[in-house]
Write a protein that binds this ligand. Structure first.
Ligand SMILES: *Cc1c(COP(=O)(O)O)cnc(C)c1O
Length: 425
């Protein structure tokens, strides 16, 4: 396993919390993480997260703060911004959002007025809660309208429908991005339709930001998108956090800064900003580009095993780091049953609705899984394909304890053979 964290003061002072940390370390070391939104950070990023910057209030932005003592917070935030802009090829960045959801909300309020319309991906076709799910507060402020896939088995977006809805509803923002969609997007078409109706374009790249930064998939900025929002903790492989990138519009960047602070948040979490800066530094290395490429190769290796076993994959397969399999339709195992049996054998992933879900969201037809975390551990195509085989075997034998015990052993051996690394550079 990776070097255990040094926590002498917690161990001396608070055994209950120390035991939880050791427990989680062991869980991560002994199992395989296939949740496509999860990853492991470096010890360097971890150190920054545990640094003295957590003590400091620094409301405002570099050079314009509400409190004294900002010599080093200003330096840290400027470095983080500069690295983020270099990574994604843009002029402006806000590195303060506490996570991906506030990054989106802050971006919406920076670009729009309450009551404005946002055209986003159908949630059951892979959109995120923050793209207008009725349970979220933002649906009280903005009017969300939808586009979807033309054919869930190819993943093709219905751009004719998108254009029709755009012409009819006059959205002020067209949103690209997803949490459970496995195909490359035709960004040019989004930009063309947005131009026609006078809307901003925003790409929520929370899942694939690391693939973009690593140049393994297309960058929406190359097609003229106005704004990219993302998390920093998924494929980008940094600490938990949010990030807003603005291609070139200085006025828009100012509005978005104001929207994040003082509009939405209070003091930035400077220890987290410091850690994001460290992670961005790692993502700027050639090794990170190799990492991003390997994520895709590993996902392709898993895709092949699933398709060879005649298991239906939404979108027909994957162009990125994730796969969505209709296990109920193909194996007569529900998403919840699959999640449970895979948990038992040490493989962690999540149940997920498929497009036009025939079951309920509490026990849907699908599972969603991906390769960012196992690729960080050093898995190549061979090990990734083996994990896919073990997954299918476990699902097919969900009631056979002997089979499950044998798979649990092999999963543990694989995890031990590929320990979580301490450093990526
Ligand atoms: C994960 C995700 C978010 C939200 O990020 P949090 O850090 O969980 O708030 C937003 N949008 C998309 C597309 C995501 O996948």
């Amino acid at each position: 396993m990776s070097t255990p964290q040094n926590i002498p003061f917690i161990e001396a002072q608070d055994q209950e919390i120390a035991a939880c940390i050791r427990g989680e370390e062991n869980r991560e070391a002994n199992g395989l993480e296939l949740v496509p939104s999860e990853n492991y950070i470096s010890k360097a990023a971890h150190e920054a997260l545990g640094s003295c910057f957590t003590n400091k209030y620094s409301e405002g932005y570099p050079g314009a703060r509400y409190y004294g003592g900002q010599e080093f917070t200003d330096q840290i935030e400027r470095i983080a911004i500069e690295r983020a802009c270099k990574l994604f090829g843009c002029k402006y960045a806000n590195v303060q959002p506490h996570s991906g959801a506030p990054a989106n909300i802050g971006a919406y309020y920076g670009m729009l007025k309450p009551g404005d319309t946002i055209l986003g991906m159908d949630l059951s076709h892979g959109g995120h809660l923050t793209h207008g799910h009725p349970v979220t507060h933002i649906t009280k402020s903005f009017n969300f309208v939808r586009y979807g896939m033309k054919n869930p088995d190819t993943g093709e977006i219905d751009f004719e429908e998108m254009r029709e809805v755009a012409l009819r509803e006059k959205p002020k923002l067209i949103l690209a991005g997803f949490s459970a969609y496995s195909r490359e997007l035709d960004y040019q078409k989004f930009v063309d339709i947005a131009k026609e109706v006078g809307a901003y374009t925003m790409a929520d790249m929370a899942h694939i930001a690391g693939l973009i930064a690593g140049k393994a998939v297309k960058n929406p900025f190359d097609y003229g998108f106005d704004v990219i929002t993302t998390t920093t903790h998924k494929t980008l492989r940094g600490p938990r956090g949010g990030l807003i990138l603005i291609r070139e519009d200085a006025d828009l960047a100012k509005k978005i800064d104001k929207s994040i602070f003082p509009g939405l948040q209070g003091g930035p979490h400077m220890h987290a900003v410091a850690s994001r800066a460290v992670a961005f530094g790692e993502a700027l290395t050639p090794a990170f580009q190799e990492y991003a490429q390997q994520i895709l190769k590993n996902a392709k290796a898993m895709e092949k095993v699933f398709l060879d076993a005649d298991i239906r994959l939404m979108g027909g397969g994957t162009d990125n780091h994730l796969l969505l399999a209709d296990v109920f339709g193909s194996l007569n195992v529900t998403g919840q049953e699959a999640e449970n049996v895979l948990d038992e054998v040490g493989i962690t992933l999540n149940k997920n609705s498929i497009a036009d879900e025939p079951r309920t969201m509490f026990d849907p037809s699908g599972i969603r899984f991906g390769t960012p975390a196992i690729t960080t551990r050093g898995f190549k195509e061979e090990q990734s394909a083996r994990v896919a085989e073990l997954m299918i075997e476990a699902m097919k034998n969900k009631d056979d304890q002997a089979v499950k015990d044998r798979i649990r052993e092999e999963v543990r051996d694989l995890a031990h053979a590929f320990p979580i690394p301490d450093s990526f550079v």
